[in-house]
Design a protein. Structure first.
Length: 293
């Protein structure tokens, strides 16, 4: 990351994985009660911010399929501006690396990086707690990215407890399908009564990498998505002969963990050439963690 008094460049908006994802019920407001562990990755979109003195918030980059007014990063900037009354605006550039509809949290992470970056660039210096409250207005995953630490999450994903996770290397494979989260949540076949687990249960399973991630939990959405999207099922089947794998979020990306980058890259070399993939490592903290207190 580089900075001047009026700009911040090369700000990572990291991807996330759901190491497990349990749906434990449906709330009176129609939302689902979830339990998950969010893992930050050292890979994601790259955002650039140039402060404007005229109060205008604008996105310089064209993002296919995402009009500027709908972009979560733009909405985050305008929300922060409205909340603080800041006279500043911003010119945003977004280098998109994370595929949409993949369960990697790209849009949510862009929004969180925007809140953290502008908290510093505009000099508004809101606390992390206030930023997380604003973040929840943008989406259920955004408060996690603002928290800046790997977390055991409950509620709709906003009730967070920081958790220390072992260093791992991941092979993430993304089939060429866009999985709409809302449609999967509305599927009748979706399991919604998984037994509530505790963070202690999860941490006990982390003491051994044997058969991880199969050593704890599952993704309750995976079976439904694999039935609807043959491409996701194909990736899961490919991994079955190599390493335990799991879908992240509502899909479509599938991941497996390896103790070293070399082993992950060896697995990646065996993938069909047409499949999009990346080898990346776990991240302990958000690169902009220090931009809120």
């Amino acid at each position: 990351m580089s900075s001047t008094h009026d700009s911040l460049r090369n700000c990572l908006a990291p991807a996330k994985l759901n190491l497990f994802l349990h749906i434990t019920g449906r709330r009176p407001d129609g939302y689902h009660s979830l339990q998950t562990v969010f893992q930050l990755l050292d890979w994601g979109d790259m955002l650039h911010f140039k402060r404007r003195d005229n109060g205008i918030v604008t996105r310089k980059t064209l993002v296919p399929g995402v009009p500027e007014a709908d972009d979560l990063a733009v909405r985050a900037a305008r929300l922060l501006q409205k909340h603080t009354g800041s006279r500043f605006g911003v010119e945003l550039e977004i280098d998109k690396h994370l595929p949409m509809g993949a369960g990697l949290g790209g849009g949510s992470s862009d929004a969180a990086t925007t809140l953290l970056a502008l908290n510093r660039l505009w000099g508004v210096d809101l606390s992390r707690e206030i930023l997380q409250n604003l973040a929840l207005q943008l989406g259920a995953d955004v408060p996690f990215f603002v928290s800046g630490q790997n977390a055991f999450a409950e509620g709709v994903g906003e009730a967070l407890q920081a958790v220390v996770l072992p260093k791992r290397f991941f092979l993430v494979v993304t089939p060429s399908v866009h999985v709409p989260t809302a449609a999967i949540f509305s599927e009748k076949a979706l399991t919604r009564d998984t037994k509530v687990a505790t963070m202690t249960d999860f941490l006990a399973a982390q003491k051994s990498d044997t058969n991880w991630p199969d050593s704890f939990g599952r993704n309750d959405m995976q079976a439904v998505v694999a039935r609807k999207y043959a491409e996701v099922a194909q990736v899961l089947e490919w991994f079955s002969n190599l390493a335990p794998a799991r879908m992240t979020g509502s899909g479509a990306s599938v991941f497996a963990a390896f103790p070293s980058r070399a082993e992950a890259e060896m697995a990646q070399a065996k993938l069909p050439a047409s499949w999009k993939s990346v080898v990346t490592s776990s991240l302990e903290r958000h690169p902009l963690f220090a931009f809120a207190s």
